[in-house]
Ligand binder design. Structure first.
Ligand code: NAD
Length: 418
């Protein structure tokens, strides 16, 4: 069966699904199905050998009704205009689902970062910042890390912006190193919300997370932290994977040791603490209680969804299920906790970082984690209440119902003027 796997079309379908449960004019819905603006840049950067190479880059500002645009910057060869547009839209509805006062944005550079030296990546990041500088700023649009970017890149963006603007503006970017104005708890925040969402989902379903078996696809920032924190709740992480392959042990993996192995060798594959190596597809169809996709979009499509044997899926990645896979899993009664709630810990603690930057005051890690837990649990409860009250087929549509309503209420309150 053919299916739309353009992530931007997936986003638009998700908005349409929610609109059926809401009473807004078609024009208002149409407006939030498209970005307000997309900047496309071609970064001409000198390489270490003296040659100039050109990199295509984007920044999409999807919607700013509820606050400044907010969202990560991705470095990946598959970055495209439509992917960036989709990711920026998901940020809008994510921030609205957890009720933090941001709109949504996203950026990306079409690049395989492993092919470049650190010095080249720094020059590319500074060129990107220079290109997007006219549209970013602590009150306008605030970038953050995403796939293949982290504290280092955020520090480069902040330094470039501050130098060009001749000011100090730590709130121009989040996910910074602590010494540059980062927040305690930010590195762990996405994985932490995945853990909290998993805990709440098991609680809602009346099943015990202790002793539950778990498979995690993608062992980067989001996946490896989620695996460790879920493991600490007493569940058993039996399989993890990265782009090079997957490892499996029915008796449970040592999630920390697997991470150290990946840090040392570049992959979880070859980790001697695992009973066997399996394929990435095997991992997604393992008979586990909980599956956490934490890699990229469209990891589970219509065909694969028929073979998924997990009871619960908690989406750490953005858009890991195609819309048709979603239909199959809803039909098969698999509980899916949607990305716009489950991985919202990243943007929530980014918001806390930005608040601290504005206050020029640091919170303790305990305060950050407590506030994050409150935000995620409140949002989860609202999702479940909406699902039950409105009779939505699944939690994703419930999340979009909550989020679309909040965005359009903000728009309505602002009035419509040319
Ligand atoms: P990352 O670069 O740290 O990790 C990505 C991981 O996925 C890597 O281990 C990579 O090897 C693996 N991977 C790639 N293709 C794979 C495949 N086909 N099969 C198995 N593994 C594969 O990135 P990240 O920051 O952890 O982001 C992962 C996902 O989480 C993305 O969808 C991102 O948008 C989302 N997310 C991240 C954050 C954050 O704060 N980092 C916040 C919200 C959402």
């Amino acid at each position: 069966m053919s299916e739309a796997v353009n992530p931007f079309e997936s986003l638009q379908e998700q908005i349409d699904d929610a609109a059926e449960y809401l009473d807004f004019e078609p024009g208002a819905i149409e407006r939030i199905k498209h970005p307000e603006r997309v900047l496309e840049a071609n970064l001409a950067v000198e390489m270490d050998d003296g040659e100039v190479e050109v990199f295509r880059a984007y920044r999409s500002q999807f919607n700013g009704d509820r606050g400044p645009y907010k969202g990560g910057v991705r470095y990946h060869p598959n970055v495209s205009r439509d992917e960036v547009k989709a990711l920026s839209g998901w940020m809008v509805f994510k921030c609205a689902t957890v009720d933090i006062p941001y709109g949504g944005g996203k950026g990306g550079i079409v690049i395989e970062p492993d092919d470049y030296s650190d010095a080249e990546l720094e020059r590319i990041t500074r060129a990107f910042t220079s290109a997007i500088r006219p549209i970013i700023g602590p009150d306008r649009d605030i970038p953050a890390p995403d796939v293949n970017t982290g504290q280092r890149e955020m520090d480069w963006i902040k330094d470039t912006y501050e130098t060009l603007e001749d000011t100090t503006a730590p709130g121009v970017v989040t996910g910074k190193a602590i010494g540059s104005g980062g927040s305690a708890g930010r590195v762990e925040a996405t994985g932490r919300s995945v853990m909290l969402a998993s805990r709440e989902a098991f609680d809602y379903l009346g099943t015990d997370v202790e002793g539950a078996t778990v498979a995690v696809q993608g062992y980067g920032n989001a996946g490896s932290v989620a695996a460790r924190l879920i493991d600490e709740m007493g569940a058993s992480v039996v399989a993890v994977s990265d782009s090079q392959g997957a490892i499996y042990d029915p008796d449970g993996l040592d999630t920390e040791a697997a991470k150290e192995h990946k840090n040392g060798t570049g992959s979880v594959v070859g980790f001697e603490g695992a009973a066997e190596e399996i394929t990435n597809e095997d991992l997604l169809t393992l008979d586990v209680d909980l599956l956490v996709p934490a890699a990229l979009e469209n990891a589970i499509n219509y065909d694969l969804a028929q073979d998924v044997r997990a009871d619960v899926i908690v989406e750490a990645a953005n858009g890991p299920l195609t819309p048709r896979a979603d239909d199959v899993l809803t039909e098969r009664d698999v509980t899916v906790v949607p990305d716009i709630l489950a991985n919202a810990g990243g943007v929530t603690v980014s918001y806390f970082e930005w608040v601290q930057n504005r206050q020029r005051f640091s919170w303790t890690e305990e305060r950050v984690n407590d506030e994050l837990e409150r935000v995620i649990v409140t949002a989860f409860d609202r999702l479940v209440a909406t699902h039950e009250e409105r009779g939505t087929p699944n939690l994703r549509i419930a999340a979009y119902v909550v989020a679309v309503q909040r965005v359009l209420e903000a728009y309505g309150q602002a009035g419509n003027w040319p």
